[in-house]
Ligand binder design. Structure first.
Ligand code: NAD
Length: 482
């Protein structure tokens, strides 16, 4: 298996090419900075413009391909990924910093996503309606044309697969602008689709950062723009796409778990630690706040601190490691900054929050803060790292008010044995995903996925559900007289 540097290229108008000026950026393993993943094109707005032009041509060809053939291509791409699951798992650990177990979940789920969307290609339908003159009105759903997909680094295969999969299933061409933190895995997904038989001009891959991303969002040739990432970048993209083109944004979270006084506290602590420290706290649905009933707050806190200190942080390829590094220097700086902010705000840091001695990697110890008030920045702002903030509440009403006291509404959980209060929470909490006796993170692939409030545009759900394919197709009503 190849583990040395793997340099990347853009795929533009069906050709693998460097960025126009030849500029590149390096990506290094966040667990071992000496390990170079590879050099990738630092693309410009001009590279993006060329990519969009190429996909415009390719989209016309792909849109005319019968649905069964489109489904077969996605199935074959899934086969390609499954055959290489072990290689991709190791590359994912090296490039992004997941543990091997976390990476294996992603490399097995991504082909399943593609198979799910292969099925969707076969399920695109229309309606028919009687017309006054004995004629027929029918609706047809057709591809939008060029879809732009801008993605984050924390699930570099899985998130793109749930955008590229349905977009291609519907017969669109796709311009894919992945995160510069995980360019290799993005390229692997495109390689899988080409190996599966996708016409090379039906997809473009443009590496790089905000410049090509912004050019993609602003280009009127792009009929639909799907984005997953931070709320800050999402707002800029939304403004660039404007009101007349379709736009789907899934953004940040500040997810809370409420623990009621009747909960099994050992189970609650396990649920919290899993949600908080999976992916080193770098999941959009990860747990960043705990709101405990005041009568069980101290006992729960003690258990969570114990589990936090039991985490083994290190290189995800090493045996026994159950939390990897942070993915990038900017992530390390942000997490350490928020730990400082929390201490300055007067919250009590009970454990963690420090860079580990191994300077070769971007390792921090997971952190727990107690005595956090609703106004504190660590209670309101997305940190996207392994930092937990504990708050307490007198009853369910106060707990829900606290859980809701951020601009985000992605995922929220409750741990209780009381069905009435669990259902009341599910009804009242303003959150797109609600978890009862479950970590805030994780949702099966057949379920609609998306946030409320500033976590999402709330236009179309991702992943599955009634509105998912509507985003990738446009509807016409046709009136035919006899
Ligand atoms: P990010 O917003 O920094 O970057 C996401 C993508 O947008 C990258 O490809 C980046 O290059 C691009 N980008 C950045 N600025 C841009 C701009 N002005 N115009 C166009 N493109 C731009 O986010 P990230 O650091 O890659 O990922 C972490 C964020 O993603 C967190 O906020 C997390 O909550 C969120 N996220 C959300 C979900 C979800 O489903 N809601 C899932 C995963 C991650």
């Amino acid at each position: 298996m190849q583990t040395g540097p793997q340099n990347g290229l853009n795929l533009i108008a069906g050709e693998w090419v460097p960025a126009a000026g030849g500029r590149t950026f390096a990506r290094r393993n966040p667990a071992d900075r000496a390990d170079l993943i590879g050099e990738f094109p630092e693309s410009s707005a001009a590279d993006m413009a060329a990519a969009i032009a190429g996909v415009q041509e390719g989209a016309a060809e792909w849109g005319a391909v019968p649905a069964e053939r489109r489904a077969a291509v996605l199935e074959a791409a899934a086969d390609w990924l499954e055959e290489r699951a072990e290689q991709l798992t190791v590359e994912l650990v090296r490039e992004e910093g997941k543990t091997r177990a976390e990476a294996a979940i992603e490399t097995s789920r991504t082909p399943k996503n593609l198979r799910f969307y292969a099925g969707e290609a076969l399920r695109i339908t229309g309606t028919s309606h009687p017309a006054d003159d004995g004629g027929l009105v029918y609706t047809r759903r057709e591809p939008v044309g060029v879809v732009g997909a801008i993605t984050p680094w924390n699930f570099p295969l899985n998130i793109p697969s749930r955008k590229l999969g349905p977009a291609l299933a519907a017969g669109n061409g796709v311009v894919f602008k992945p995160s510069p933190v995980t360019p290799l895995l993005a390229q692997r997904l495109v390689e899988a689709l080409l190996a599966g038989g996708l016409p090379p001009k039906a997809i473009a891959l443009v590496h790089g950062g905000a410049e090509p991303g912004a050019a993609l969002a602003a280009d009127p040739r792009v009929g639909a723009l799907t984005f997953t990432g931070s709320t800050e970048a999402g707002r800029a993209i939304h403004a660039a796409v404007g009101p007349s083109r379709r736009c789907q944004l899934e953004m940040g979270g500040k997810n809370a778990v409420i623990v009621l006084e009747d909960a099994d506290l050992d189970r609650a602590a396990q649920i919290i630690a899993k949600g908080a420290y999976g992916l080193s706290g770098q999941a959009c649905t990860g747990t960043s706040r705990v709101i405990a009933h005041e009568t069980v707050h101290d006992a729960l806190l003690e258990r969570v601190v114990r589990l936090t200190e039991a985490r083994t942080v290190g290189n995800g390829l090493h045996e026994g490691v159950d939390m990897g590094p942070l993915a990038a220097d900017f992530q390390l700086a942000k997490v350490l900054d928020y730990v400082r902010i929390g201490e300055e705000e007067g919250a009590k840091l009970l454990t963690g929050g420090r860079r580990l001695a191994d300077e070769a990697g971007l390792f921090v110890s997971p952190a727990v803060f107690a005595g956090v008030s609703a106004d504190d920045r660590i209670a309101r702002e997305e940190i996207f790292g392994p930092v937990l903030a504990f708050q307490s509440a007198a009853d369910l009403d106060e707990a829900i008010a606290l859980a809701d006291a951020t601009e985000f509404g992605l995922s929220a959980g409750i741990v209780t044995r009381d069905l009435d209060r669990a259902f009341a929470f599910a009804r009242r909490i303003r959150s797109g995903l609600v978890k009862i006796n479950q970590p805030t993170s994780g949702m099966s692939m057949t379920v609609p996925f998306g946030g409320l409030k500033e976590s999402s545009t709330q236009t179309f759900k991702e992943q599955a559900g009634d509105s998912m394919m509507l985003f990738y197709t446009q509807e016409k009503s046709v009136y035919m007289s006899p």
